[in-house]
Design a binder for this molecule. Structure first.
Ligand code: GLU
Length: 425
């Protein structure tokens, strides 16, 4: 009892987890030792400490990171996260996962991630803008359309991307649309980017359900997290006929056996910033921990890392887990769930819709030629379905978990590119 309490309180190091996941694939692929040494660590890491003048005239120094895990297959790509729990190992893990994610869906990018240690709720809008612009300025030695292209992640959005784009454009003296993705539509953003991650989650959930013979229009869905990813996933899966019986945000879990009114919940969050105080007939409150253990067909963890661990994996009551978040399931939990027959669509596949439409946005920005929403959604659908089926085929062929199969595809692509390019000098 005491041990499990300690275990559940101990946050596993995400970078060690990312390395363990890589090691499993490296072993099966029989990568040589040199290749393993290259791929299991980030290529470049920048730590910045920078001052921001707050509204009251005081100065606060923030810490931020930009890590480029690998740029063999193209410019570094990955979001920027604002969160009090950001640290270098989290950013390293997230950067490494971006490398595999981009390789898996076969877009010409390496992997990167950035973060600032901050709770943006503590800042006024002006402070947030100044902090963002100064951070963009600090990491401008790394970023650029041909070098490293940030995007939104936890607690960052289209407005934050607009400020970064504007800051880099001011440095250069001309507008540089392709320096970030996830921008507002008015300033070179792409149609379909806002809900692209959620769309990819719903497409892979649908494919997983089809594979397992679960009828999607009779499926029950539980979503942890109600931000950009969780909110769009819940809405789109509801539109596709599934019944979303629970969602949560930092204020807790909202459960209704008859199915939640997701459009009303999204409107409530737009008006009130969170779900606190949301009401509808038949609604029950559950804790975030209870939410993960609800009986359902499809569970979508769309919040943070380390949510499904050895402490709760044996109590997960879903047939399918579709990882909207990055790193929600630990390797220990993966083993328990695999043995229990729970089908996991891993993060680098399930949430790759976001970076895929980021790629479309970058291409449109470079060409200054913009596509229709139909074109974007069709191309996204094709890429997600193709990626899902190549991972599933490999998983069935070798009788391995979907995560292992996804890593085999992506790690092999990066390793092959590394071999063909050779080692400089
Ligand atoms: N932050 C998102 C992710 O983890 C999107 C990254 C991007 O579009 O570059 O995949």
């Amino acid at each position: 009892m005491a041990t499990s309490l300690v275990e559940s309180q101990h946050k596993e190091n995400p970078f060690e987890i990312a390395q363990q996941q890589f090691d499993i694939a490296a072993e099966i692929l029989e990568l040589n030792d040199g290749m393993r040494q290259i791929l299991r660590v980030p290529q470049r890491e920048l730590t910045v400490r920078f001052p921001v003048t707050m509204e009251d005239g005081s100065v606060r120094v923030f810490t931020g990171y930009r890590v480029q895990h690998n740029i063999t297959r193209g410019p570094a790509k990955g979001g920027i996260r604002y969160h009090p729990a950001v640290d270098i190992d989290e950013v390293r893990a997230l950067a490494m996962w971006m490398t595999w994610k981009c390789a898996l869906v076969n877009i010409p990018y390496g992997g990167a991630k950035g973060g600032v240690v901050v709770d943006p709720k503590d800042l006024t809008r002006r402070e947030l803008e100044h902090m963002t612009r100064r951070f963009a300025s600090e990491i401008s030695i790394l970023i650029g359309p041909e070098k490293d292209i940030p995007a939104p992640d936890v607690n960052t959005d289209a407005q934050v991307m607009a400020w970064i784009m504007d800051t880099i454009s001011m440095h250069r003296g001309y507008t540089v649309p392709a320096v970030v993705t996830g921008k507002p539509i008015d300033v070179f953003g792409s149609l379909g980017r806002m809900d692209a991650t959620g769309r990819g989650v719903s497409i892979t959930a649908r494919e997983a359900a089809k594979h397992l013979g679960v009828k999607f229009d009779e499926a029950t869905v539980v979503v942890q997290g109600f931000g950009n990813v969780g909110g769009a996933s819940a809405l789109l899966m509801g539109n596709m006929g599934a019944k979303v019986i629970a969602v949560s945000d930092v204020s807790g879990g909202y459960y209704s056996s008859r199915g939640l009114n997701i459009p009303a919940m999204q409107q409530y969050v737009r008006d009130n910033r969170s779900l606190v105080g949301y009401k509808e007939p038949g609604l029950e409150m559950v804790s975030n921990a209870e939410l993960l253990e609800l009986k359902c067909d499809i569970l979508v963890p769309a919040a943070l890392e380390n949510q499904i661990t050895v402490a709760n994996a044996s109590r997960i009551n879903a047939k399918i887990i579709v990882e909207g978040a990055n790193g929600p399931t630990t390797p220990g939990a993966d083993e328990i769930l695999y043995d229990r027959g729970v089908f996991i669509v891993p993060d680098i596949l399930a949430n790759a819709g976001g970076v895929t439409v980021s790629y479309f946005e970058w291409v449109q920005g470079l060409q200054e030629f913009f596509w229709t929403e139909e074109e974007i959604n069709e191309r996204l659908e094709r890429i997600m379905v193709r990626s899902f089926s190549s991972v599933l085929d490999l998983a069935l062929k070798h009788k391995i978990a979907m995560r292992t199969a996804a890593y085999l595809v992506s790690v092999k692509r990066v390793a092959d590119a590394t071999t063909i390019r050779g080692i400089y000098p």
